[in-house]
Design a protein around this ligand. Structure first.
Ligand SMILES: [Fe+2]
Length: 387
């Protein structure tokens, strides 16, 4: 009887034999002191929401929870990519969340026919968590990986540096994929593994590498990796650290044949420098105990520098040199190197370049910033301290 009923619904177009599925995510993005964005993908078009609850020990099903939707120009958004921004949160507070997507079966004129709902399995797997950034936190850990270029085994090995409860955030310092031709490349390259390991409950912040600028889908970057500024460059304040995340753009001159006349990063970096001037003058930046810069391409190498990192150094170093930067964390060269202030660079602060085969495991407290360079086997290769 049930089968006949479903068949009738199916031919009437109100029931899809294959129920809607969440195929990627959810994962946390743009977590700040008072906001967070949750991103996920469904296999069919849907209208979606996030239910938010306090992490107060009560059962998730004890009460109804407020729902948050993605809206655009006064309407709730329908699509496969869902990114719901939650605002009005309190700094340093933990929340629970669940996501849900109601599939769109058919549309005609202004009519919308909704069907099944795919949702976080709170009953069997529990809710997920958001912990907002906390400028008053005494100590915390963070991890940095870079130049993975979609290599899954290496990503999985280096993510062992992530320690639940100790690592508050992961930075991916660029070139996580080699080119961005489509959505699939991003998820298979590093997002799906991140979701499996930590990203439902702990955010990753993507620092755009030169390879993430390549491919026709690269212009969709902020749809998948929203930030607190709606730009690929942004700042974060957590514990004693004010993080400045910069986007160095491409590595070769803008007119290089490889870019097919689409690159205009010289102008982009100049605009970013204007933003950076305001950032370093802000009270939030000045009052922090430590300032850490993340930029994929390190302006190192003197005469051998390529145009992108050289121009990035020309744009950003004069500003950063006046800002008492503790360290710049970079990537791109696929080789470990450490550069003391003004030792072969124009930076009045140290630059630590991580290789593609190691992760940085950092711990910050009132005494300083300790960074261990950890290889795929988990062995400590180098140790640095910064203040
Ligand atoms: Fe790179």
């Amino acid at each position: 009887m049930k089968r006949i009923f479903l068949f009738v619904l199916a031919i009437c177009g109100v029931y899809s034999a294959q129920a809607i599925k969440i195929i990627h995510g959810p994962y946390l993005q743009a977590v700040g002191e008072t906001e967070a964005t949750i991103v996920w993908i469904t296999d069919v078009e849907a209208m979606s929401w996030v239910e938010l609850a306090p992490a107060d020990g009560t059962h998730f099903y004890q009460n109804e929870h407020p729902r948050f939707y993605e809206t655009y120009l006064g309407k709730r958004v329908i699509g496969r990519l869902h990114k719901v921004k939650i605002t009005g949160l309190e700094p340093g507070k933990k929340y629970r969340y669940a996501v849900a997507s109601k599939e769109v079966i058919a549309t005609k004129h202004h009519h919308i026919h909704f069907g099944n709902v795919a949702a976080t399995n709170v009953f069997r797997k529990g809710a997920n968590y958001i912990s907002t950034l906390n400028p008053s936190k005494d100590s915390f850990g963070f991890t940095v990986l870079n130049d993975i270029h979609s290599k899954q085994e290496r990503l999985e090995a280096l993510l062992n540096c992530y320690e639940k409860g100790r690592t508050d955030m992961v930075f991916y310092n660029g070139d996580m994929v080699t080119v961005v031709p489509d959505e699939k490349t991003l998820f298979e390259g590093f997002v799906d593994a991140s979701v499996r390991r930590f990203a439902k409950d702990v955010p990753f912040y993507l620092v755009r590498g030169n390879h993430e600028t390549r491919g026709l889908f690269a212009t969709s970057y902020l749809n998948y990796f929203p930030t607190l500024t709606n730009k690929p460059y942004f700042t974060l304040k957590h514990g004693d650290v004010f993080f400045i995340v910069l986007d160095g753009g491409e590595d070769k001159p803008d007119n290089h044949l490889e870019y097919y006349e689409t690159a205009c990063y010289d102008e982009y970096r100049k605009q970013e420098a204007e933003w950076l001037k305001k950032v370093v003058e802000s009270e939030e930046c000045k009052s922090a105990k430590y300032r850490i810069v993340l930029m994929h391409m390190p302006p190192i190498g003197g005469k051998h520098m390529w145009h992108g990192p050289k121009h990035a150094g020309e744009c950003f170093f004069p500003i950063l040199n006046e800002a008492n930067i503790a360290v710049m964390l970079s990537a791109h060269t696929h080789r470990y190197s450490y550069h003391a202030p003004l030792d072969g660079t124009d930076a009045k602060f140290p630059i630590l370049v991580n290789s593609n085969k190691c992760a940085l495991k950092a711990y910050v407290n009132g005494e300083g910033i300790k960074i261990e360079v950890i290889d795929e086997a988990g062995a400590v290769q180098h140790t640095h301290s910064f203040k």
